[in-house]
Each structure stands twice: as structure tokens, then as C-alpha cells.
Design a protein around this ligand. Sequence first.
Ligand code: GRG
Length: 300
Amino acid sequence: MWEEPDQSSRLAQIVAELRPRIEAALRHYTEFPDGCPETLRAAIRHSLLAPGKRLRPMLVLMAAEACGGSAEAALPAACAVEMVHTYSLIHDDLPAMDNDDLRRGLPTCHKQFGEAMAILAGDALLALAFEVLAKGVQPPGVAAECCAALAEAAGACHLVGGQADDMDGELTGGGLAALESIHRRKTGAMMLIALRLGGLVAGADPPQTESLQQYGRRLGLAFQITDDLLDVRGEEARMGKRVGKDSGHGKLTFPGVLGVEQSAQRARQLIDEACRALLPLGRRAAGLEALARYVVERNR
Ligand code: GRG
């Protein structure tokens, strides 16, 4: 681990450099100059360009840089992951799923545009992610690998499978193993794929890939534990989404299973382990370390 005088200011500096590039690329990819119906375009942009934290695209760019690649080359992959993530949020917010009316500080997509348009906006974002990857990543062989890896992470055994289990009421009685299994797929898979795509674009070697995976597994779980803790303690205005919902609806959560103090301790321990996994990557991984520290200290 690197002795940085102030991790949060280091992260702020990196974010200030990377974030405008991510935002500009997301705007560019959703201009749809020809053929896209105006309401669909507005619905897609309402959700995608809303002020999300951009954690997953940052992970793609930082992973690429940590493996000696460039953020510029990884930008299409970063946007693709954010598109899949945003599609999953739009669909998760629908009445048939989590039924939420606030997301990223704005009305959810279906509240603003109606359910049918929100479903279609999510569908379009999922398809766009693969178009952006296939056309934007070079060389084409690496683009194909990225498409296959993202499809797997977004599919029935990972993101969608985790969501399906989470929706399954019978699992609310499960213990820590059931909870970790849901979140490894639902939340963790998208963090892992972000790191994997960054590594692929940068031409990471097997030890570098392994370091990123070890880091990502722990980061994903720590992120979810913190999300559950914020759901218990967070404030709606700061979070930009409804809080107290999961804990209040008897959903399986980490504070519910482990208690608040032990959950917070587990998240901190996971982040220490995640940062240790970065050591073989050297100084170039300092951004990933700072991001991991932020994940457990964040208040939104
Ligand atoms: C509908 C296939 C499908 C999957 C939905 C993402 C998801 C799976 C559900 C969202 C509900 C939820 C609380 C998930 C776990 C934590 C999580 C992914 C939170 C949202 O991510 P942030 O905090 O959000 O990075 P922003 O808006 O900052 O990008």
C-alpha cells in the first residue's frame, strides 16, 4: 500500500481528470442524430446522463492505467459498463421489481417517461453497450473478448441471476452465504467486469489480471455492505434515492445478518485486503487504492 499524505485529495484529482471525459463520451454516444424517437432519446439520456458516481467507468479507466494502458483506449469500455449498469438501474426501479421513484437525485425513468418507455430505454442501453464495445475497442479480437466477457457478466448466471434470486422472496430467510452469493452476482459482477475490461484493453498479463480480480471481488462485497449500511443510516437527499427501504421490507441485508458494527468492520477489512491485492501492480494502481478507500467511506 502506498503512503499517500491524503488519499481523498489524490482521488479527487484523478476523478476531476477522468470524469469530464466519461461524461463527454456518454453524451456523444447518446446523440442518436438519426432515427431514434425523441422521447426514447430523452428517456435514455435522462437516466444515463444523470449525476451517477461513475464508479464502474472509473474502475475501467484506472484498471487500464494500472496495467500500463491508456485511459483514452479504455473509454469505450468504460462507457459500455456504465450503460449496462444504468440499464439495470432503470429496470430495477420499475414497479415489477423494486418500484422506486427517485434515482440519482431525479425521478426514476418510468416516473418521468412511463413504464413502457423506461423498459425500452433500458433495452436500448443494453444493446448500445455492445455496439460501443464492438466498434470502439481495438484491435477487433480484443473487442470480441470484451463483448463476450461483458455479456457473461450481465447475463443469467451473474447480474440477471443475482437479481432473480434477490427478487425471490424465499431467499429472504437465507444466511450470510446466500447474501454474499446474491451480491457477488448482482453488484460484484459489474465491478469485476469493469476491472476485467480495463485489463483486457491494456493487454494485462495473467498476474496483473489476477491482482485486479482479487481486488475486485473484495471491493464489490465491501461496496454492497456499505450500500446496505447507507440504506440504514443514509439521508435520502444526499443519496439521491430512497433509503431505509431494504431494511424496512425485511430484505436480506448485511446489517440485518451481521449487525451494523460488524458489517462496517467487515467492509473495512475487505478494503484492506483489496488494497493488498494491488501491491504487485505497483504505484500505477494508486488510483484504484484511493477509490477503494472512498467506497467504504462514502456517504452516498
Ligand atoms: C434489473 C438485471 C437487473 C439488475 C438490477 C443494479 C441492480 C441489479 C439493482 C439496483 C439496486 C441496488 C441497490 C443494487 C446494489 C447496489 C448498487 C448496484 C447500487 C447502485 O450503484 P451506485 O451506487 O449508483 O454506483 P450510481 O447511481 O452512483 O451509479
